[in-house]
Write a new protein. Structure first.
Length: 276
């Protein structure tokens, strides 16, 4: 269920504040994180004084000064600005008096314009996550498709997806995992995921963790924190979250045949859009 903008953004801010800036391991020692993981929240753009964007930003600041706004720009709806904040899209009138929440649909094109805006943001976020920070399962030969999966080691559907990884590979689908410990930073779940990302063989460690087999406890510089925060920015509401590399949402758990069909449909849409 979607929350109101105010409630959702406040809960996002409070959750971020409640999480330890320096997570600890089971023995109480601090867990080291990579410089990428400790990267500050992206700096918001500076808007010209008196512009609709600046006015809208001030309205949001009045709702909650802690709100991190990723984007304010022209909306497809005349007289409104499109805003992406706290992992969701809303629309605020240029005079700052009205706020609309919910999907904006182009009826003629049968297109969800709000999701398209989120996909663009997700694509930008994914560009900032190096391949070396992902746990990658590659098919033999050149992949036909690539998907990015935000995963947790405890959730049932994440585990089910992982048991079918061989079937995805047979279909030429490369799976690139990012960490999203649902219990939050500093949790037992988080510490296990840090151990996975610190393992000498991360793919084996991930499989072991999702199968309730012991993974040696380790700490090192990891991107787990950064990937967790990236998931929040990208509007993650549950795991797994399956995305294309350019940020389009494919769904939560999908069995191999369904995922392949969805990827093929996207290829056909791309070909039609390019006139191919």
């Amino acid at each position: 269920m979607r929350f109101t903008l105010f409630a959702a953004l406040c809960s996002f801010s409070l959750a971020a504040c409640a999480q330890s800036a320096s997570p600890t391991s089971a023995d109480g020692s601090k867990i080291a994180v990579s410089s990428a993981a400790k990267a500050p929240v992206p700096v918001e753009p500076v808007y010209a004084a008196g512009s609709p964007e600046a006015r809208v930003r001030e309205v949001l600041r009045g709702l909650d000064p802690r709100i991190q706004v990723d984007h304010v720009g022209p909306a497809p709806l005349p007289g409104f600005r499109e805003v992406i904040a706290g992992g969701q899209v809303v629309y605020v009138s240029d005079d700052g008096k009205y706020l609309l929440q919910g999907s904006l649909l182009d009826v003629a094109k049968r297109k969800d314009l709000s999701e398209a805006a989120m996909a663009r943001l997700r694509g930008e976020v994914l560009k900032g996550i190096p391949m070396a920070d992902r746990i990658v399962y590659s098919p033999a030969g050149t992949p036909k498709h690539r998907v990015v999966v935000l995963t947790d080691i405890e959730c049932g559907y994440c585990r089910k997806f992982h048991t079918e990884i061989g079937e995805h590979l047979k279909r030429g689908i490369q799976v690139e995992y990012l960490a999203f410990p649902r219990a939050g930073l500093g949790s037992a779940d988080y510490r296990k995921m840090v151990s996975v990302w610190c393992a000498d063989d991360r793919r084996k460690a991930l499989t072991d963790a999702k199968s309730d087999r012991a993974v040696p406890s380790k700490t090192c510089k990891t991107p787990v924190d950064m990937q967790y925060r990236a998931g929040q920015r990208m509007g993650l509401t549950g795991t797994p979250m399956i995305l294309t590399e350019d940020g389009r949402m494919l769904g939560g758990y999908l069995p191999p045949d369904a995922l392949e069909q969805r990827l093929r449909a996207l290829d056909q849409d791309n070909a039609a859009a390019s006139g191919g």
